[in-house]
Design a protein around this ligand. Sequence first.
Ligand SMILES: NC(=O)c1ccc[n+]([C@@H]2O[C@H](COP(=O)([O-])OP(=O)(O)OC[C@H]3O[C@@H](n4cnc5c(N)ncnc54)[C@H](OP(=O)(O)O)[C@@H]3O)[C@@H](O)[C@H]2O)c1
Length: 265
Amino acid sequence: MKTILVTGANRGIGLEICRQLADAGHDIIRGCRDLRKIPSAENANMHNLQLDVTREESMKQALYEISKRYDRLDTLINNAGINGFRPTDSPVGLQHARTIVERLLPGSRKLIRVMVPVLKKTGLISSIDGAAFASLDEVRYIMETNFYGAWRMIQVFLPLLKKSSDGRIINISSGMGELKSLKGLYPGYSLSKAALNALTIMFSNELKETGIKVNAMCPGWVRTDMGGHNAPREVRQGADTAVWLATESEIPTGKFFRDRKEIEW
Ligand SMILES: NC(=O)c1ccc[n+]([C@@H]2O[C@H](COP(=O)([O-])OP(=O)(O)OC[C@H]3O[C@@H](n4cnc5c(N)ncnc54)[C@H](OP(=O)(O)O)[C@@H]3O)[C@@H](O)[C@H]2O)c1
């Protein structure tokens, strides 16, 4: 039985990864930045823990809580992710969104007032601005969670991972971060995942002697709040490769996977 920590586990792919791993009998710690948002744990081997990956204090507190209960961490799954500002997150983001829509639809202020919150909510604003017009505030904001958040999590939990005889780190990345297909769509998000992939390679090399395996995976386009209603995949399928990487007896290190198969960076 493994002890596994998953970030961003209160909904979407993270929640499903936890469900599948708990059903398989592993001890699961569901990290969630707001405990009011997480469903109550349905298995005795599932535990909820406050964990915001943009706040180092929160990570250290989580480490303290986990260390009280466990003598090691077998697997860290860096799943928490965002793809842009939410309207409530930043008036700066909203202002930027308004500027873009105004540029695209000059003169239509009433339409803009209606459209901007909708576009922001669906993430479409990020998709239409492209690298040339991207709000760098938004890019930094995304990097803080998707890239620095994952990096900091590895730093904080490394001592506990080193106590495992089969330590693993799984970074939930995206095909949008594949170097060969990088384009200006969702520029901040794509960049954050390309950077996360680079971090995966860096840590896999650095940690080779410890035996800790570090891999990245793309869940495909999945029906979640982030993926939206039109995504073809269910969460069950989106979670599958991460669950496989966490539980398969022999896995390589320093690779990028989708559907349990290695893909190009
Ligand atoms: N869905 C797709 O099609 C797709 C495709 C490729 C890759 N991915 C990747 O898969 C992962 C999960 O995506 P999803 O589709 O399940 O997204 P989601 O439904 O939007 O869920 C995102 C999760 O991340 C959490 N989160 C965000 N910021 C956080 C922070 N600072 N600290 C802790 N948790 C935080 C959210 O918590 P709150 O509820 O508190 O916001 C939520 O639990 C992400 O890394 C995403 O980039 C998704």
